[in-house]
Structure formats: C-alpha cells, structure tokens
Design a protein around this ligand. Structure first.
Ligand code: ZN
Length: 189
C-alpha cells in the first residue's frame, strides 16, 4: 500500500521523487548511511549507465574492507562486475554468477584476486572456528569457511576450477595476489 504522502505525490502528477528517504525502522542503526545516501542522490551521476561490464571484466576478490576493487585496477563504475566473498574463493555461487556475467552482462575475462594478510589464508579451518567461538559466536564447525592453508595453491586451484567449468569454456581466467600494504597486484597464474 502506498503511504499517504506518496499517493498524494502521484495524484499530483509530479515526476519529482520524494527528497527524503522513507524510513521503516524506528531505531538509528542505519541513519548514518541513509543520511549519506541523501547527499549521494543530490549529486548522482550514474543514471543511464549500461548494465553490461564496459571493460568486459569480472573481478572476484575478498570481502576485506582494505580492498578497493575499482580503484586498484583503474576502473570506473560500469566497467566491471565485482564479486566478493570471504577469501575470494571460487564457489558454486561465484560460478553461477560468472555464467550470467559471461553471457548476459558483457564479461569476457575473469580475475580472481586474493590478498596478503587474509584471515581466510595461511591458517586452518579449526582456528577460524575457535576464533568465532572466542568472539562469543556459536559453534560453527558444521560450516566450511574454505580456509586456504596454502594461499597460492588455492588461487591456482580456484582459477583452474573456473577455467574448466564447462559453462565458461574459452573465457580467460587469471589468478592474482593483491598486497594490502603496498597496493601492488601480482599475477600468480
Ligand atoms: Zn581476505
């Protein structure tokens, strides 16, 4: 159902959107970002951008907040499909997404970008389960976090998995390591 003000707005035949975000919660959990979005809307410059990846790139990288996927590759909004998960692992869901990117969204090359000092690399699955528990979380042993004890080997295996995925046949896939201390990207495979 439309809110009263929205109904009146439409009845008036105006094309102008309401200038303030309609809030549905009573607490302030998201206030900072909703307020920032109002500023973003005021100077929004991406209207009309095509949904295809203008540079033909799909980039899978880690969720790590130290990584700026577009900036580190000299890309602008609209240039690439960005996929992120913990550890930049090629999961079933990543493969599903890449197939859509490849055939419907202009993707013709794929980068798998792991990074230095990744929490998902160099340790063991058990260490992460223990860390979650120590942080007050639940027993997560029924979950596989896809921790990579040997990170370069995991990147190579993941890249090979994408390269040999029948639905991505012929799509170039590269494996890279991003250094969070220098910003430098190195190709592994
Ligand atoms: Zn990471």
């Amino acid at each position: 159902m439309m809110a009263g003000s929205e109904a009146a707005h439409r009845a008036a035949g105006s094309n102008r959107r309401p200038s303030r975000v309609r809030r549905v919660s009573t607490d302030d959990t998201f206030d900072d970002v909703l307020t920032a979005n109002e500023d973003y809307v005021a100077t929004f410059r991406l209207a009309g951008l095509a949904p295809v990846a203008a540079r033909g790139l799909a980039v899978l990288t880690c969720m790590d907040s130290r990584i700026e996927p577009l900036s580190m590759l000299g890309l602008a909004p609209g240039d690439a499909k960005i996929l992120r998960n913990a550890g930049a692992r090629v999961t079933d869901d990543v493969l599903r997404t890449l197939v859509l990117g490849r055939y419907l969204l202009g993707v013709n090359r794929v980068m798998v970008v792991a990074h230095t000092r990744c929490r998902m690399a160099g340790g063991s699955e058990q260490e992460v389960h223990d860390a979650v528990l120590a942080a007050g979380g639940p027993d997560t042993r029924s979950i596989s976090f896809l921790v990579a004890p040997d990170q370069p080997a995991a990147v190579r295996t993941d890249v090979q998995r994408a390269r040999s995925w029948p639905y991505l046949r012929g799509t170039p896939v590269g494996g890279f390591l991003y250094d969070v201390d220098t910003g430098r990207l190195s190709q592994l495979c």
